[in-house]
Design a protein around this ligand. Structure first.
Ligand SMILES: CC(=O)N[C@H](C=O)[C@@H](O)[C@H](O)[C@H](O)CO
Ligand SMILES: CC(=O)C(=O)O
Length: 308
């Protein structure tokens, strides 16, 4: 792994494979890593986040998953970022120390979401207490207000953050407020922070205002297509880049109308990759057969510009 290089390009938010009886299934992670690298051309992962049901796992499970991803990713993946956010500060700190000990290339933390920070100073104080437990590991703030309910704008959070959190390296930005994202990017030209966008259906818009890359659930199975969008954007061939975004958007728009979340992501990844992701953990419930049939038909019907 090469933790010193700036994180860019696509990062798959990993799914947590589970057995039919609901235990974490570490045995398929090796195959999962190979699939991401060879079939999707994705070499960075974000483990135990939203898609990974990180907040529904216990500490032991989170550590086992982190270890397995780091171990299986060795020599194959570029970055293995571990999400270590938790409602309990000591638990989050324990996970941060663990991630450092196993050699993770970065850690990320969401805002605590039961008792919530009410301003940026409270939020930074929490993040700082976690980050300082892993003083040699790049730290990312994971901004996802639709799920945490913590709507503190990132632009303001960045002011002086490097002084409070010396390992601060960037933001995983999972919000539709592109003005906030743009202000962050504009402000941080010199700092070399990485801004990774997390709303896959509008990644192209975020690239246009300067996002470095993306972390998302769809890069598990649409990584190759999204990489082609990134290439088209870099060229630049905007018409082609738009075409890819419209097509991935067409799929997402379709499944969102059917009801789309982590359970459905597990089902889609299972039929696309052939790797059994298993059921989600309650309160999430399995995708319906009807969803699976319709989602598969939709994905199969898409004619991609690369001829697939
Ligand atoms: C709320 C959520 O899970 N967001 C993911 C990452 O942040 C995205 O990757 C979405 O799954 C994706 O954009 C589809 O809506
Ligand atoms: C999408 C994402 O980054 C997550 O699942 O945490």
């Amino acid at each position: 792994m090469t933790p010193s290089t700036k994180l860019q390009g696509l990062v798959a938010a990993t799914i947590t494979p589970m057995t039919p009886d609901g235990q974490i299934n570490l045995s398929v992670i090796r195959q999962y890593v190979d699939y991401l690298v060879s079939e999707q051309n994705v070499k960075n992962v974000f483990v135990n986040g939203t898609t990974g049901e990180g907040l529904s796992l216990n500490i032991q499970e989170r550590k086992q998953l982190a270890e397995e991803w780091v171990c299986q990713g060795k020599d194959k993946l570029d970055h293995v970022i571990i999400h270590v956010g938790a409602l309990s500060l000591p638990e989050s700190q324990e996970l941060a120390r663990h991630a450092a000990a196993i050699g993770a290339s970065g850690i990320a933390v969401i805002a605590p979401f039961f008792f919530k920070p009410t301003n940026k100073d409270e939020l930074i104080a929490f993040l700082q207490k976690v980050a300082s437990e892993a003083p040699a590991v790049p730290f990312y703030y994971y901004h996802i207000p639709p799920l945490t309910g913590v709507k503190i704008r990132v632009e303001g959070l960045l002011d002086g953050i490097k002084e409070r959190i010396p390992t601060f390296q960037g933001v995983k930005f999972s919000d539709t407020d592109l003005l906030d994202l743009a202000q962050c990017i504009n402000k941080n030209e010199r700092e070399q922070f990485a801004f990774l966008y997390g709303v896959d259906e509008q990644l192209l818009s975020a690239l246009a205002i300067g996002a470095d890359g993306a972390v998302g659930s769809t890069y598990n199975y649409l990584g190759r297509k999204t990489n082609l969008m990134l290439q088209a954007f870099a060229k630049p061939d905007l018409a082609l880049a738009r075409r890819y975004q419209f097509l991935t958007g067409e799929f997402l728009n379709f499944v969102i109308k059917l009801g789309f979340g982590v359970a459905q992501t597990k089902a889609v990844m299972t039929f696309v990759s052939g790797i059994p992701m298993g059921p989600p953990r309650l309160p999430l419930v399995d995708a319906s057969e009807e969803f699976i049939v319709k989602a598969k038909a939709k994905l199969d019907s898409i004619v991609w510009p690369d001829g697939d």
